[in-house]
Write a protein that binds this ligand. Structure first.
Ligand code: FES
Length: 114
């Protein structure tokens, strides 16, 4: 029996989408202006170090610009909004709990792209 056979079982996310969209007009909110690139860097590093079984994907606007940085578990998962670098360890703890860790060989960080 797989998770898709159990409709009440939450689907394990495969991707963590992180909006890094930047708007250049000062009167328009954007995740990049709220620190999403540094947040993406920290999450990507933490996911690799902990070997959490999820891939990250930097994305364009996810439609929640006013309350960003916007992060979404995909496919079809919930949004995680308004987090800062202070929240990274808690986010990584949660991702590790939800996704587990992978058994892949750990590559040196300098050989991995984002
Ligand atoms: S700019 Fe990030 S959700 Fe719109």
């Amino acid at each position: 029996m797989t998770a898709s056979d159990r409709p009440d079982e939450p689907v394990k996310p495969k991707f963590l989408m992180i909006c890094v969209n930047r708007r250049f007009r000062a009167d328009e909110a954007s995740c990049a202006a709220r620190g999403s690139q540094a947040l993406a860097d920290a999450l990507e590093t933490g996911i690799r170090q902990r070997r959490i079984d999820i891939k990250t994907e930097r994305s364009v606007c996810l439609g929640h610009c006013q309350v960003g940085p916007s992060i979404r578990l995909a496919p079809g998962g919930r949004f995680i909004l308004g987090k800062t670098l202070d929240d990274v360890n808690d986010l990584l703890d949660e991702l590790q709990l939800i996704c587990g860790t992978c058994d892949d060989v750990l590559l040196p960080l300098d050989l991995l792209g984002s």
